[in-house]
Design a protein around this ligand. Sequence first.
Ligand code: BG6
Length: 463
Amino acid sequence: MNNSDKFLWGASTSGFQAEGGYNEDGKGLSTTDVRKVPSGVADTKVASDHYHHYKEDILLMKELGLKAYRFAFCWARIMPDGHNINEKGLSFYEDIINICLENDIEPIPTLYHFEMPQALVDEFGGWKSRKCIDAFVEYARICFERFKGKIKHWVTINEQLIATAASDLNGNHEEDKFIQTKNVYQMSYNQSIAEKKAFKLLREIDIDAEIGVVTAVQNVYPKTSAPKDVLAAMDAEEMMMYMLLDMSVFGRYSPRVMEILKENDYLPQMDECDQDVLSYKPDFIGINYYSSLCVQENKTKDINYKLPPFFRSREFEVVNNAHIEKTEWMSNGIDPLGLRTIIYKIYNRYHLPIIITENGMAYSDELIDGRVHDDYRIDYISKHIKEVLIAKEEGYPVFGYCPWSFIDVVSSHQGFAKRYGLVYVDRTDTDIKECKRYKKDSFYWYQNTIKTNGNQLLLSNKN
Ligand code: BG6
């Protein structure tokens, strides 16, 4: 097996979902702090209290055997008002990075994971404005300069798809749904230009470091083999995934995407000067994969504005896939083979190294006598890792796998009822308790998988 020791067995978290300490040591308010959370659902104020437990958490990572920790900075901790630096915020991340390095864990920071200073939304509307490009690039510069020589892999933006679509996370609160949707495409374009400027900047500041994008990949199946359903599936992949990645890698949208954007009057404004950075590309692509999608032709050709942005389409509509098993929290189903398929698709189009930056199983875990028997999660992760390793063995350059999430974190929209962690954080939505950590059964399973480099998974039948 061509499964070298350098494979980054990692795990992921994000700043606003793990840290808490939302107003401590000079941190500014984040978009994620001010959004309205339904009553009875945990918010970001304490989250998993990683802000106060990070040393203990990194020791747990060491015990697990992690080779990499993929996490995210909170922009508002580093730049509370979006302009000035908060030294204590930078020191916090410096400490995380240093302790990881001392323990032979490669820190992989993401600059933007659904969170930004609310001050920048108040000042100019956040990503709707091109001013946000400059603010982001300045933030990136501060981070690149400060952590030069310590970071081998940077991530710019986590899941542009969700980062632009989730209005509660980015402040795109237009009442008019057409304008709100048009804004989403402008925000996406602005984020792409900000990323390109960050690629360029990192090459100037730290030539040895690499930088990548993280994509919420969409492996879309047609409901039937009817040609119109097949075209609908291709269009869904174009509009929900390739649109974003083509811009990241090739610096352009495909003719099909351009046509659909123009037809709907969604085409973002592009500035002449952007030409200067369009040729900068990422060094790698991060894949966040939870499930696949299934679509059929949208026979009405109307846009359903009740759906979230990106699902609003004249070309396709999302339908149930009867072939995929579903659970309470995995409503799109569980489809391990879809992960291998999407690795093929992404590599065949972009020819860039790939890291799995998120993949995980949500469940309302129960802590009983200090243990969490999450065999359902072990089943999910083992089947997905196996598909990754098969692709790797076939020669696809996948250099790491990071399950979501290392510890339980507050879900992006569903609090602590929905957990993904390898480590249980003892709190509920309404009772913060002490956020004590407990290793789940999946922790021990993953520890053994790392130790054996996943070999036991490949020994079982590939099909
Ligand atoms: C990914 C995000 O989209 O999915 C994470 O990068 C998120 O931040 C994860 O937590 C799982 O989604 P959710 O909504 O179940 O928390």
